[in-house]
Design a binder for this molecule. Structure first.
Ligand code: THU
Length: 131
């Protein structure tokens, strides 16, 4: 996996963020197990609750193209600080990436790497519903 490339794509996607209410841009880049990259930005709404985070935009793009397995996802929010995925996004990453690697970045040089399990321990997922 090319971590710097993934961060660079997340930074590029961040520029597309539609954030008239929070003014807080987030970009994400998802690497699927099959080797494709899908990017996403946060998209806000005047009625607030329909807002979608960058991570879930990227996941929606991947899944709707038939790519359901997340190898890694890079996230860039505030470039001055590390922006960690919200709880909802962690759960959606869990759905498609029990073993996913999360790259939380300020830029291509400054980033932290985690496994999903570290950010969402004792998680609930699809296997729990297996009969
Ligand atoms: N946001 C994301 O895109 N990803 C996260 O994991 C954290 C929050 C967005 C949602 C909203 O547009 C803005 O950041 C402020 O909450």
């Amino acid at each position: 996996m090319n971590v710097k490339e993934l961060i660079s794509k997340a930074l590029e996607a961040r520029e597309k963020a539609y954030v008239p209410y929070s003014d807080f841009k987030v970009g994400a880049a998802l690497l699927s197990k099959s080797g494709n990259i899908y990017t996403g930005c946060n998209i806000e709404s005047a009625s607030y609750t329909p807002t979608i985070c960058a991570e879930r935009t990227a996941i929606s793009k991947a899944v709707s193209e038939g790519d359901r397995e997340i190898e890694a996802i890079a996230v860039v929010g505030n470039p001055q600080d590390y922006t960690y995925p919200c709880g909802v996004c962690r759960q959606v990453i869990r759905e498609f990436g029990k073993d996913a690697t999360l790259i939380i970045a300020k830029n291509e040089e400054e980033y932290k790497v985690y496994k999903l399990e570290e950010l969402l321990p004792f998680s609930f997922g699809p296997e729990d519903l297996d009969k």
